[in-house]
Structure formats: structure tokens, C-alpha cells
Design a protein around this ligand. Structure first.
Ligand SMILES: [Zn+2]
Length: 245
């Protein structure tokens, strides 16, 4: 069984030290904040939800600071632009609960949130500023999974635990009409991360991070296409509907 479609959405941009993505690298990098719409015969899935309303600024106004989120880049607007009603999303899969992945959870109010139990538990007690509870815990039903999980039971959307960036990070292996696609989330920031097995400067657990990166790399070795988590060069090849402001 394959999904009907996998559509990349650009839900803002971040400008951060390059070392944030690959330890030891100089300078800064402006990176996309991805989300993905997955159409499946038994319901729509959103993989990650982008940045939340607190970062939103009117479209066309200047970028201030390290976050660039125009109103029309919020995930609800991105969905509407595709003719998709945000309330029609059945599952919201969060790779993890950092603000640039779960900040937009409020925009899909009728979805069941699918997240690893280890991530949900950690995010509620962590003092890491990257977690912002009112943004990711927005009242929807929550399905807490532990380890591998086949979302529709047909092999088309398989969740793969990839801890390291955070304790309960997960990636997804999506069977599309044109082949298998791995949505890495922050388990692999850039293509260079995987090519050179290079870690970011801030992993929760370096050993687990390396192991997860290796898991994802073997999927690539087996022929899957990898959609890297925050790679501006790769992102441009997908040709999604946005450029950095
Ligand atoms: Zn993160």
C-alpha cells in the first residue's frame, strides 16, 4: 500500500549558527522549517506543524531576529493554499516537540497527535527553552507510541524511533507512488550530516544521535529518498512554495 501523495510545506525559516547543525562549522545558516502533508485513503496526515503563532508577523513586513514566519507560512495557511481544510487532518505526527516542529499544533485542532511517549513525558518536565508546553499541548487527543509504529497498519507510513536529538524523537518512512521517502526531522539536519556522519553541537545524547543517523543512512543505502530536516540546498530541489523572506 502506498500513500496517495506527500507534499512538502515550508512553514518559516530560521537563521542559526551553522554549528547548531554541524558541530565546529563557522558562520550562520538560514534553514527551512518543513512540514509535510500526507494524503492516505484512510485520512490525511501532517508530519510536523512548523512554528507557532507567537512568531507570526504580517506577510510582507521585515524579518526581525532569527525567526522568519510570515502569516501565510503558518501551517494552516499552507494547507488552505492547497485547498485542504486544517480541520480535515486526521493525524498530526510530531517528530518531536520543539517549537519549530510542534509550535503549530494548535492549527490542526481536530487531529490526533501521534508522538513517542518518551518525548511527551520529557517535554513536559524539561527546562529546555526549545519546548513551549502551551504550543505543543493544545488539547487534541494524544496517541502515545513506544518505538516502531505502523500508522495505518498497511506499511505506508511507518514511524521509526530516532532518539538522540531529543529523548523521544521519531522519523517516518513513507511509501509513496514514486518510492520510499524518509522524513528525518531533526535526526538528520543536512545532507552533509549523513554523508559525513557529523553531529550538531547540542544533541541530547550524542551516542543515540549517531546510532539514529546510522539507521537513517542505511535506509538511504537501501534506496530510500531522504528528506533532510533543515537543509536549504536540498529543500530548493523539492521546489516548495516559499523562499526565505
Ligand atoms: Zn529540534
Amino acid at each position: 500500500m502506498t500513500v496517495d501523495a506527500l507534499v512538502p510545506l515550508t512553514c518559516g525559516w530560521l537563521t542559526l549558527p551553522t554549528a547548531f547543525f554541524i558541530v565546529g562549522e563557522p558562520d550562520e545558516l538560514t534553514v527551512p522549517v518543513p512540514a509535510y502533508l500526507i494524503d492516505h485513503p484512510n485520512g490525511r496526515v501532517l508530519f510536523d506543524a512548523g512554528l507557532g503563532p507567537r512568531f507570526r508577523r504580517p506577510t510582507g513586513t521585515p524579518v526581525e531576529g532569527w525567526v522568519d514566519l510570515e502569516s501565510d507560512a503558518c501551517v494552516d495557511e499552507r494547507l488552505r493554499a492547497l485547498g485542504v481544510d486544517p480541520t480535515s487532518i486526521r493525524y498530526l505526527v510530531n517528530s518531536h516537540l520543539h517549537s519549530d516542529h510542534a509550535g503549530g499544533n494548535t492549527f490542526v485542532p481536530d487531529a490526533t497527535v501521534v508522538v513517542q511517549r518518551a518525548e511527551w513525558d520529557f517535554a513536559h518536565v524539561s527546562d529546555d527553552f526549545a519546548y513551549h508546553t502551551p504550543e505543543f499541548d493544545t488539547g487534541q487527543d494524544v496517541m502515545l507510541v513506544e518505538g516502531h509504529f505502523d500508522l495505518f497498519g498497511d506499511g505506508s507510513v511507518r514511524l521509526i524511533p530516532t532518539p538522540g536529538h531529543t529523548p523521544g524523537h521519531q522519523s517516518a518512512l513513507v511509501r509513496t507512488p514514486t518510492g520510499d521517502v524518509v522524513l528525518t526531522g531533526d535526526a538528520c539536519n543536512l545532507k552533509q550530516s549523513m554523508d559525513e556522519m557529523r553531529l550538531p553541537d547540542h544533541a541530547h545524547d550524542d551516542a543515540l544521535y549517531r546510532q539514529s543517523l546510522q539507521t537513517l543512512r542505511s535506509l538511504r543505502d537501501q534506496g530510500a529518498s531522504v528528506f533532510y530536516g533543515h537543509d536549504p540546498v536540498f529543500w530548493a530541489t523539492l521546489n516548495p512554495s516559499s523562499e526565505a523572506g
